[in-house]
Design a protein around this ligand. Structure first.
Ligand SMILES: Cc1ncc(COP(=O)(O)O)c(C=O)c1O
Length: 372
């Protein structure tokens, strides 16, 4: 099977550890183990037996995950290695070649590339900038057919950081319901809302919803590689049988730490720390942009650590980001990775000093390349 190159991940894999300033991260500055755990928990980790553990996720872990979704029980939950694997088994397990998938763009392009490699007919619909990155339902009505099996959304969205309005959600559910199609909702940024109002999950609102989540973004724990699916029981069961062919099980260390991270007090502490960082860093970035209004347009994100900006100078986004990497040791994501030239995605979730220095490099690059 031929695959399409996943440009965004490929560029991160190649360069993120070789540059001085990496502003491609869509997550928030990660925790260390000692910042997260108390002495007793660290002792328990040291004595943890390194078996396979429960391969669909321990009972405690699945219970903690179920508590953050309305009307979910542990039988609705299936755990994976990262939300990337949750997306993978959801597409692999629920779609066949020639099925139609309606996919929200712009998006984290994993489902785009993966489904197309599996021979699925992927039909994009778009978040509209002039609607502040909301959906135009007429576009979806025109695309959906009786061959459509699934609608895939990313909410909160990567890269725009927008959150779907409740009316958009309800209208989308009505359309999905009329054609009896699944909604696969990648909600890995849920919990990272700047105004602290948690995004409504599609799970609990629609019977045929598969919600994907994980600890990499809103919880700042990407190194645990902890993701999950919350779905009707038969879908969670099915995901397990596909997962037997991928990685069998998430690590027992990650399962244990994830269970503690999701305990209600710890979870609140994590989310509060992250929202504070996000708000502070977003104002740093907006101050920076305000001095360059003639070059950029920006609808601030509602959630997540990525800022998606449109620029008005004449330079291809891949060319610009390549020059920034090579000449300024700064990595940022080109709009081309989302099929949207003239945009840049900047990760603002790092420590403030680091962000300021990264922006300084961008400033230097712009002065040299754009004014040259
Ligand atoms: C929307 C979205 N889904 C899934 C992933 C994969 O993340 P992870 O596997 O670390 O949970 C990412 C990573 O950037 C993402 O942005």
């Amino acid at each position: 099977m031929k695959i399409e190159i996943f440009e965004l991940e490929r560029r991160q894999s190649l360069w993120e550890n070789t540059v001085e300033y990496n502003l491609t991260e869509s997550g928030i500055h990660p925790f260390t183990i000692s910042e997260l755990l108390n002495d007793e928990q660290i002792k328990q980790i040291l004595n943890l037996r390194l078996g396979y553990g429960q391969t669909n996720g321990s009972i405690e872990l699945r219970e903690s995950i179920s508590k953050i979704y309305p009307n979910a029980t542990l039988d609705n939950v299936f755990t994976t290695n990262g939300s990337a694997e949750a997306n993978f088994v959801s597409i692999w397990g629920n779609l066949n070649p020639q099925d139609e998938l309606l996919l929200m763009l712009p998006n984290y392009m994993q489902i785009w590339g993966l489904a197309r490699s599996f021979g699925v007919n992927v039909k994009p619909f778009h978040l509209k900038e002039d609607l502040e990155w909301q959906l135009d339902m007429d576009e979806i009505q025109k695309l959906i057919t009786h061959k459509t099996k699934m609608i895939a959304v990313c909410n909160p969205n990567n890269p725009t950081g927008s959150i779907m309005s409740l009316s958009n959600m309800e209208e989308l559910i009505d359309i999905a319901n009329e054609y009896s199609v699944w909604i696969l909702s990648d909600e890995v940024y849920r919990g990272a809302e700047l105004d602290s109002k948690e995004t409504t999950s599609f799970f609990g609102k629609y019977d045929k919803a598969i919600a994907v989540g994980g600890l990499s973004k809103a919880y700042s724990l990407p190194g645990l590689r902890m993701g999950w699916i919350v779905a009707p029981e038969e879908i969670a069961e099915k995901a397990w049988s596909y997962h037997d062919y991928t990685s069998i099980s998430p690590s027992v260390i990650s399962q244990q730490i994830a269970t503690w991270a999701l305990e209600s007090n710890t979870r609140q502490k994590i989310l509060t720390r992250n929202r504070k960082m996000l708000n502070e860093n977003l104002s740093v970035f907006q101050n920076w942009l305000n001095k360059r209004k003639h070059l950029f347009d920006f609808i601030p994100q509602k959630a997540g650590a990525m800022s998606f900006v449109r620029y008005y100078f004449d330079m291809n986004s891949t060319l610009l980001t390549e020059r920034l990497r090579k000449e300024k040791s700064l990595l940022i994501v080109a709009g081309d990775c989302f099929g949207m030239d003239n945009y840049l995605r900047l990760g603002i979730g790092s420590e403030k000093e680091y962000l300021l220095k990264g922006l300084q490099r961008l400033e230097e690059g712009l002065e040299e390349f754009v004014n040259a």
